[in-house]
Design a protein around this ligand. Structure first.
Ligand code: ADP
Length: 496
């Protein structure tokens, strides 16, 4: 059996594929293994899916290789674009279903899940548009040569994605890889395999040739590690924790030196100056940390407020955070659902305990919410020092610290005082402050008077230990192409 009937409160009954999607078909794993998928809202088993082991990775990579060297190479760039645009259309047509599966499996609020799916469609369509605009150059050197460059696909791309945005990360990875003419073996996170399997069915419906996109459910240490060290995978793209990012790089280095792009963790500063519009700043700071239950690599988990407005800001931020509706992901007003898993829940709660023990003050939250499901209260810590674990390490939950700063120079220094550099934000009504501080912050994205405003046209990725390479925008095409130089000697002049 490679599918089951499931039901969600938002979209009713539907057919959920459970197989591995290899060479255009849903199949069982060679070893016949399955694993359970847990609903984080009630801790109950939703269903089981087939698990990919090393052997299945080999089969999927072989299918992707065959497609890459065969039919996919012969497709025109225009046709690649059409497939992606068709897939984007199918995402939109199935928006309610896909969003509901995200809420069921990941626990994200349905209103936010719908935004995610809309963004997936935007991303896939955007890269569909790029497919026939990937161009090389003619480069004049000497009169007796004709030189040009081509941007060729890299080949078989192994892609390993996390559980916090199961579909959006899928689209971010698939869009540019396919636009550039690569084939893909993508492994979803073991916590959230369901939506990507429905997306795989849409891949088939969109008419992609078999083997071009292969979707595997499986564990990081088994299927993920097999992809990262595979001798016939030409490139690996990973989004996840910094710890695993390092392992992926090692595996690439120890195997065939496959190309590596990494989108890793963060501990992003959200800096509020005294001249900011305070209502707006509070909304964005709240959204910056508590959106997606704090499970965002770019979460604004370190809030810094200029001292003259600190007390007022903190009071109002507390009030705002305690009004966030935490509960059933399918509730229309819900802003924050459960954390994704027991492991993540325990990790976050241990950071909260650590914060309490180290002398930080809980301004609001700090406890589990309810008795069932992995719900945690939105939590703000004050009275923090820069060396505290809760200020330095990525918590990946609805927990932030808040502290005051005096001057612009202070703000820049503390903003840059972690090993990460994924994102940052500045809230101010002064254009000079906005630009000066944005320029000085060592982060891949800086928002001004906003937070979490990702868009498929805008590159996203990390400075420092937050990653290598950029996703989204034109920049992502560099990850999925390699430049070939062709230099033609003209005329019949002999060498030497
Ligand atoms: P988290 O700790 O938040 O779950 P991870 O970085 O562990 O994040 O996981 C992100 C993705 O990386 C998941 O798809 C996971 O299965 C995969 N993964 C975990 N460990 C490894 C590994 N050693 N090699 C390859 N992939 C891995």
């Amino acid at each position: 059996m490679t599918s089951v009937q499931l039901e969600t409160p938002h979209s009713g009954k539907y057919e959920q594929p459970t197989g591995l999607f290899i060479n255009g078909e849903f199949v069982k794993g060679v070893d016949g293994k399955t694993f359970e998928v847990i609903n984080p809202s009630n801790e109950k088993v939703i269903t089981s899916v087939h698990e990919a082991t090393e052997k299945d990775v080999d089969i999927a990579v072989a299918a992707a290789r065959k497609a890459f060297e065969g039919p996919w190479r012969k497709e025109t760039p225009e046709q690649r674009g059409k497939y992606l645009v068709k897939l984007a259309d199918l995402f939109e047509q199935n928006l309610d279903l896909l969003a509901a599966i995200e809420s069921l499996d990941n626990g994200k609020a349905i209103s936010m899940a719908k935004v995610d799916v809309g963004m997936c469609a935007g991303c896939l369509r955007y890269y569909g548009g790029w497919a026939d605009k990937i161009e090389g150059k003619v480069i004049d050197t000497t009169p007796d040569t004709f030189n040009y460059t081509k941007k060729e696909p890299i080949g078989v791309c192994g892609q390993i994605i996390p559980w916090n945005f199961p579909l959006l990360m899928w689209a971010w990875k698939i869009g540019p890889a396919i636009a550039c003419g690569n084939t893909v073996v993508i492994k979803t996170a073991e916590q959230t395999p369901l939506s990507a399997l429905v997306a795989a069915r849409l891949v088939k419906e969109a008419g992609f040739p078999p083997g071009v996109i292969n979707v595997l459910s499986g564990f990081g240490k088994i299927a993920g590690a097999a992809i990262a060290s595979h001798m016939d995978v030409d490139k690996v793209a990973f989004t996840g924790s910094t710890v695993v990012g390092r392992q992926i790089m090692k595996a690439a280095a120890g195997s065939n030196l496959k190309k590596v792009t990494l989108e890793l963790g963060g501990k992003s500063p959200n800096i509020v100056f005294e001249d900011a519009d305070i209502d707006n700043a509070i909304s964005w700071v709240n959204f910056g940390i508590f959106f997606n239950h704090g499970q965002c690599c770019c979460a604004g988990s370190r809030v810094y407020v200029q001292e003259s407005i600190y007390d007022t800001f903190l009071q109002r931020f507390k009030e705002r955070a305690s009004k966030n509706v935490v509960g059933d992901p399918f509730g229309a007003d819900t802003f924050q659902g459960p954390q994704v898993s027991q492991v993540q829940f325990d990790r976050i709660m241990s950071y909260i305990e650590e914060g309490k023990k180290s002398g930080a003050k809980v301004e609001t939250g700090g406890e589990r919410k309810g008795k069932e499901g992995f719900f945690i209260e939105p939590t703000i810590f004050s009275n923090v020092t820069e060396d505290m674990k809760i200020v330095q390490e990525e918590i990946f939950g609805p927990v932030c610290s808040i502290a005051k700063f005096k001057t612009k120079e202070d703000a820049i220094r503390i903003g840059n005082s972690t090993t990460y550099g994924l994102a940052a934000a500045v809230h101010t009504s002064n254009l000079n402050t906005a630009i000066e501080v944005s320029n000085a912050l060592k982060a891949g994205t800086v928002w001004v008077n906003a937070y979490n405003m990702l868009h498929h046209q805008l590159p996203f990725g990390g400075f420092k230990e937050s990653g290598i390479g950029r996703e989204l925008g034109e920049a992502a095409l560099d990850n999925y192409t390699q430049v070939k130089t062709v230099s033609i000697r003209l005329g019949d002049a002999l060498f030497g």
